[in-house]
Design a protein around this ligand. Structure first.
Ligand SMILES: [Zn+2]
Length: 238
């Protein structure tokens, strides 16, 4: 399986490091799969739908060349070949691109779709229902898969693409683990942490991001618990 790492939304929050919406494009035997999508063309066409507070907080670049649609095409693929999208969560900087692939199945942890479709007052501002107004082919998944390195897991597509619940940032927030051809796993951790240094040894983080992550978490205790588990050395790293 060929794996491409894409940035589908550059964000430049004031006083904090630049952030990206990290998206994976998986070339699987039966089609293309995206893990997360960043912003979509409809978000760029009408940036005001993202909301003034969000625009002010993260100052997105809104570069048309960064959409998943543009990058799938630039890599020489037909966008219709994207058969599946797996989302870590439905925050508006992750789910915006699903409208550009209206025929794809959209895989999400069941709690994640429940949170986005029935948000509490505090959760409302992070979701943008217009991003899924086209009626995606939702495939919601509940826990009950195999153990994945000590984490519960949920089969998403097959045994090489699994959803790994890492709640805290949002209800139902999950990582997506992809098994590479060499048998090793790549974990797309979504927003379980905002900076790679948080899971390096010794772990550290830019202070401005620390507060931002705490504020953005619906369950900060769960977020910290999962982060601590992600900081533990993996097999063969001890
Ligand atoms: Zn998020």
């Amino acid at each position: 399986m060929r794996i491409s790492h894409l940035n589908c939304a550059t964000m430049r929050p004031p006083l904090a490091p630049r952030m990206v919406a990290h998206v994976l494009l998986l070339e699987r035997p039966d089609g293309l799969t995206l893990v997360d999508t960043g912003f979509g063309t409809a978000d760029l066409a009408d940036k005001h739908r993202l909301g003034r507070p969000f625009l002010a907080a993260v100052r997105p670049a809104l570069d048309p060349g960064e959409t998943a649609l543009a990058q799938v095409r630039a890599l020489g693929h037909d966008p219709a070949a994207v058969t599946d999208i797996v989302l870590t969560h439905l925050d508006l900087d992750h789910a915006g691109g699903i409208g550009d692939f209206p025929h794809a199945r959209v895989h999400v942890h069941a709690t994640g779709t429940e949170a986005a479709q029935h948000p509490s007052l505090a959760e409302k501002q992070r979701y943008l229902p217009a991003q899924w107004a086209h009626g995606p082919r939702w495939e919601t998944h509940v826990e009950g898969g195999d153990d994945w390195f000590g984490f519960a897991s949920v089969t998403a597509l097959a045994d090489d693409v699994v959803i790994v619940p890492l709640p805290g940032h949002t209800r139902g927030h999950s990582g997506v683990a992809v098994r590479k051809d060499d048998g090793r796993w790549l974990l797309h951790a979504g927003d379980a942490f905002f900076h790679g240094d948080q899971v390096r040894e010794p772990a550290s983080r830019p202070p401005a991001l620390s507060a931002f992550q705490r504020v953005m978490a619906v369950d900060n205790k769960a977020r910290v618990r999962n982060l601590e588990r992600l900081q533990e050395p993996g097999p063969g790293e001890r």
